[in-house]
Design a protein around this ligand. Sequence first.
Ligand code: FAD
Ligand code: DHB
Length: 393
Amino acid sequence: MSTHQTQVVIIGGGPSGLLLSQLLYRKGISSIVLEKHTREHVLGRIRAGVLEHGFVNLMREAGCGERMDREGEIHEGFHIAHQGQLDRIDLAKHTGGETVMVYGQTEVTRDLYDARDAMGGMIIHEAQNVQPHALTETRPHVTWEQNGETKRVECDFIVGADGFHGVSRKSIPAEVLKEYEKVYPFGWLGVLSETPPVAEELIYARHERGFALCSLRSRVLSRYYIQVPLTDRVEDWSDAAFWQELKRRLPQDVAAGLQTGPSIEKSIAPLRSFVAEPMRYGNLFLAGDAAHIVPPTGAKGLNLAASDIHYLYHGFLDHYLNGDSGGLHGYSEKALARVWKAERFSWWMTNLLHRAPEGSETDLRLQRAELDYLFSSEAAQVSLAENYVGLPY
Ligand code: FAD
Ligand code: DHB
């Protein structure tokens, strides 16, 4: 069996794992990233599109901000469509000038891979049967299989950044881990198309037929979503049926300006709120989707992964550079405080804009009142805006 040594083993080569590995490298802390899939597979997943300024700053700190700053779009606001009208949330005005960056998760991941490659970073793809061991001992280790051979790496710490279905969270004993979960009775059908976006800014639409979202990746690449029943499959939705349904849920003048085209990606995502506590067990630390999931309304998932990485990164810096382990000890509590606030916001925005299949007339009137209140109260808009741009770290 071949054995490696490193300071931090990172399980999962998604944005959380790659970002941490790159940040640590720049401070002289060694890490190895173990990724189950191929790089092409990881880069093929179309997911997040909206980055908080905290995420943007971390990418810059990691030395990976150049293309993002060149090609990403700064958005100072977004729209909510309801009852045939379009109202704007002015993010910059309500937050003292804060904004968000529209730059796809695929591009973030590509930039992180490029940076890791340029610095000779060790990312092992197609690592099968990854298993963390001896989590409560001072020198834990991780094993995996590759090309029929079992490999092993010894380390000081293991970071579980392996997403919701990963192995890390499952390796924490059941009597230690508490999981909180809410599954929503609908999903999002997403389409990516090489067409100009229907509007300069994002449009979140609440409609009797269900939620819709008009987003974008660039001036020539659009991303649209519609709420669908959980029982629907991607094959049930032709491109023509998707565009027709999307148009029905948008205000008429917006729908009239929508340019349609063939989908280059189409997928259905379920909606879930999930938190696992604590985010640390012995020398294993969970980060990102491995520890928590938010429903996508409000674009918090990837951004929450970034704040975990921020706390963890500073914990490792204090430990390795200053001999102070306080940050690592406090990691779970600190990260969870922000996680629950983002969970609350995502749940609130999901409830505000979706049509519950079993919803009553009363639910609908309450939802309408919430929207009326939002657009008649500056305080309510400030609250939405400060959450959307991202709560402080
Ligand atoms: P992941 O991206 O899931 O990465 C985990 C990695 O670990 C994967 O590469 C996986 O292959 C690997 N892995 C899994 N198991 C193992 C194992 N056993 N061994 C080794 N490796 C393993 N968030 C936002 O902030 N803004 C948005 O606009 C937004 N939009 C979204 C839209 C959709 C449709 C979806 C589905 C999600 C969206 N999100 C958004 C959420 C965001 O994509 C996730 O929160 C983000 O990917 C989390 O990153 P991560 O690195 O923690 O996990
Ligand atoms: C996107 C996804 C979201 O969940 C969201 O709130 C905004 C944008 C997107 O994929 O572009």
